[in-house]
Design a protein around this ligand. Structure first.
Ligand code: FEO
Length: 407
């Protein structure tokens, strides 16, 4: 028999990775994915051969080839759908049709969501929180993780091997041939895991904290965490690392860091942003300045994850804030960042309504405004720029009050 182009990769004696690598993905519903992604699916070689999750529809053939490098896909008896979003379920109906499994499992909400997505006629069995299913010589246990990050989300634990199939949780958008987190560059792993949390999981941090605590208290004996995107966390050290990061991100503990986001038409607001950054630096706060004519909204929220301050500036266009600012502020406010102080600045010609709009966005996000907004008519004078430096220093002083020096 000729070999398959795409091969499965062994994860444990009984578990194979059979996912797809999306090298060219650059946008994931508004989230810029500079390094592509993977959609991880796993084959459990038990008496009842089980497929955990599937892949985005265009990568179905790649997944089927990887499965076929281990077994005839028709030997799959069970399929588990941990999460109904289409990057994991897009090929599910075609796989069911091809494989004709004895049973397909999802959470009760997953059963409803899959029906609403595919309007299919297959029977999908709902499994409850904590329920177990025997695969003959192996056992699966399901835990609902509602709103991490959809109502249907659940994780599946393969008891005998200690593998937690965690769907989106603990994942990242990183296309890589290196299957394990410790095989990939540490800086990239940290950044992409943080970016994923900030852009996908952040609004549900309260629930994440409670769910993590409950899972840890069960002392399941997790030896490996296998998410649906990016590398697998396979050693105790790596598991402690990602759980520690999640704890940090759940808390959104502010650090001595400020994110300054702005856009500009004729460089007035740009000059003001530079002066604000000077003041923040003088006040002992690290600064990340992100101009929205170049930066992406998904990087802004990632930088905000550990920042103590969020400072925004806009020029005025048609008596409104600049459209790129409305874009980024709409996006980040939906992700519910917490524990930040902030301030606003900007330029105007004949009406300064845009400054009110900026303040409204920050107040709506729960950002505490700690300095009076600096408004400049047309082009900033030297004195105006000194006012911007003072704004930066005032914000820095408020950040310092709320953080320790080591942060
Ligand atoms: Fe990776 Fe929520 O889908």
């Amino acid at each position: 028999m000729s070999r398959e182009a795409f091969l499965a990769r062994q994860v444990t004696p009984r578990v194979y990775w059979v996912g797809g690598i999306d090298w060219t993905l650059t946008d994931f519903h508004g989230y810029k994915t500079d390094r592509g992604s993977t959609y991880n699916a796993f084959l459990v070689m038990a008496e009842k051969v089980t497929l955990i999750d599937t892949v985005k529809a265009p990568l179905r053939d790649e997944m089927m080839a990887r499965i076929a490098s281990v077994i005839d896909p028709r030997e799959i008896k069970y399929i588990v759908s941990n999460h109904a979003e289409m990057d994991h379920s897009g090929s599910l109906m075609e796989v069911i049709e091809a494989v004709k499994p004895e049973r397909v499992f999802a959470s009760a909400n997953g059963v409803k969501a899959l029906k609403a997505h595919f309007h299919h006629g297959y029977e999908i069995q709902a499994v409850g929180n904590g329920e177990t299913v025997s695969l003959g010589d192996r056992t699966l246990q399901f835990f609902e993780t509602r709103m991490i990050h959809w109502p249907d989300s659940m994780v599946t634990f393969l008891k005998e091997e200690g593998v937690l199939f965690s769907q989106d949780a603990f994942g990242m958008h990183l296309a890589t041939t290196e299957l394990f987190s410790d095989e990939n560059p540490a800086e990239i792993v940290r950044w992409e895991a943080a970016k994923y949390y900030a852009n996908i999981v952040l609004p549900y941090s309260g629930i994440v904290g409670k769910t993590l605590k409950a899972l840890m208290e069960m002392k399941l004996g997790i030896k490996m965490i296998a998410p649906d995107h990016g590398p697998i966390w396979r050693t105790e050290e790596e598991i402690v690392k990602i759980l520690g990061w999640y704890q940090e991100w759940v808390e959104q503990k502010p650090r001595r860091k400020a994110v300054v986001v702005f856009d500009t038409m004729w460089r007035s607001t740009e000059k003001m942003a530079s002066a604000v950054a000077e003041g923040l630096k003088e006040g002992g706060v690290r600064v990340k300045v992100l101009p929205m004519f170049g930066a992406h909204r998904s990087d802004v929220i990632t930088e905000m994850l550990d920042a103590g301050a969020f400072v925004v500036g806009s020029c005025t266009m048609n008596n409104r804030i600049f459209p790129t600012m409305a874009d980024v502020l709409t996006y980040v406010s939906g992700l519910k960042p917490a524990n930040k102080v902030g301030a606003c600045f900007g330029s105007f010609g004949w009406s300064h309504n845009a400054m009110k709009e900026l303040e409204g966005y920050l107040q709506g996000m729960g950002v505490e405004l700690v300095a009076e907004t600096v408004k400049v008519n047309y082009v900033p004078t030297k004195e105006d720029l000194v006012r911007c430096v003072e704004l930066g220093k005032k914000v820095a002083a408020e950040v310092a009050k709320r953080t320790s020096e080591s942060e």
